[in-house]
Design a protein around this ligand. Structure first.
Ligand SMILES: *Cc1c(COP(=O)(O)O)cnc(C)c1O
Length: 374
């Protein structure tokens, strides 16, 4: 018996997602970095991505990169969150490449690398308008001059990021800006930059539409591989699976109750005032699963006619009045996940993880394995 709540992880589907995205990009001379931060870099998932043809795995947290390396995964690692000053030593230990935008950090990275008798590769992030990380384009040449003085780091290219905080979409135009900046640096310093890292899953659309600037030769793809989704356009990526991670919760109560609460209404446990509609008496089920485990807004019941009503820390309430099957205590209810739910369920240590690999006749056989990030 599998324990509840649990997450079933379909490794073969993740591998196929990877292969399809890799093949698409390869036709355009683009290397894919597989981003694992959406699933806490579960080693089995990292391995599936490698089997899908990926040579570099990226994550925003050193702990995750360390886990990948410690599990013997044969890939280079890229730290995709610009490093904290306080972690530069660990960056050198566990990341082969890092994305950067602060000269004080790059300086310390260089010193740490020299101390460990190595050269650390960096990609300089340029802010193309999304206003998260990156130097402003006008400061590129000056920054480049500074970086060139440091012998413990090697600048391998420029990078950009989109759709993360301000929702700025990637376009051919703003990616061309990145290419022009690269060329300007190459002219000014008489060097050749090998990488232009053009962004995340949201850039795949430009590849599909064949409007990606030629020199963009790297993309860092997370959600596209893990969930087959392009979240900013609310579309699925062609040839990918979305049911890669399935969450199961168990019913601990089922009762007919009025849809409107009785009594005076105050704030709920999370400081919000619930907005409820009077639908008469409804059949409600409680699942042993809550906000501590999962981001509610991005759970999708696999069966139609099951509706999520709300949750507290440890209880998830669903309306099953319109569901044709007879639900009882002990039954399991399954959900597909969007990105925020993937992030929270993989992080929750209360949710057991089970892996499925490809079995005979295209079926899946499962292997019990509990993954614990703590
Ligand atoms: C999260 C992240 C990615 C991957 O984003 P997806 O939308 O999941 O593909 C790429 N680059 C950076 C810098 C990121 O932080």
């Amino acid at each position: 018996m599998k324990r509840n709540p649990h997450l079933d992880i379909y490794l073969e589907k993740i591998k196929i997602n990877t292969e399809n995205i890799k093949n698409l990009c390869q036709k355009h001379g683009i290397e894919v970095v597989g981003i694992t931060k959406g699933c806490c870099a579960i080693p089995e998932v990292g391995q599936a991505i490698i089997e899908g043809g990926i040579k570099i795995l990226g994550d925003s947290r050193i702990e995750n990169l360390k886990r990948l390396k410690k599990n013997g995964l044969k890939a280079e690692t890229m730290l995709i969150r610009i490093p904290m000053l306080s972690e530069v030593d660990r960056v050198i230990d566990w990341a082969d490449i890092s994305l950067n935008s602060e000269i004080s950090v790059i300086n310390l990275l260089s010193q740490a690398a020299l101390k460990k008798k190595t050269v650390h590769r960096i990609i300089l992030m340029i802010d193309l308008g999304d206003l998260r990380e990156g130097i402003m384009p006008d400061n590129t040449l000056e920054m480049m001059g500074e970086i060139r003085k440091l012998s413990g780091v090697k600048l391998i290219g420029l990078g950009a990021n989109f759709c993360c905080v301000s929702g700025v979409m990637p376009t051919r135009e703003n990616l061309n800006k990145l290419v022009r900046l690269t060329e300007e640096i190459e002219r000014n310093f008489q060097i050749n930059l090998e990488v232009i890292s053009g962004g995340d899953t949201s850039v795949l659309k430009l590849v599909e539409d064949n409007i990606i600037p030629e020199r963009i030769n790297q993309l860092r793809v997370g959600v596209g591989i893990l969930l087959g989704q392009d979240d900013v356009r609310l579309r699925n990526i062609a040839g990918t699976f979305q049911d890669t991670f399935i969450l199961t919760g168990e019913v601990i109560e089922i009762k007919d109750k009025p849809s409107l609460p009785q009594g005076e209404i105050g704030l709920d446990a999370f400081g919000e005032i619930p907005v409820l509609q009077d639908l008469g008496i409804r059949k409600r089920a409680i699942l042993a699963l809550g906000k501590q485990d999962v981001h509610l807004g991005s759970l999708i019941p696999l069966k139609e006619r099951i509706k999520i009503i709300g949750a507290s820390s440890d209880h998830l309430i669903i309306d099953v009045t319109d569901f044709e099957e007879n639900i009882k205590v002990g039954d399991e209810v399954r959900f597909r996940l969007n990105y925020p739910a993937l992030l929270s369920t993989t992080t929750s240590k209360y949710i057991k993880k089970y892996f499925y690999r490809k079995g005979k006749n295209n079926g899946y056989k499962y292997e019990r394995k509990e993954f614990n990030i703590y």
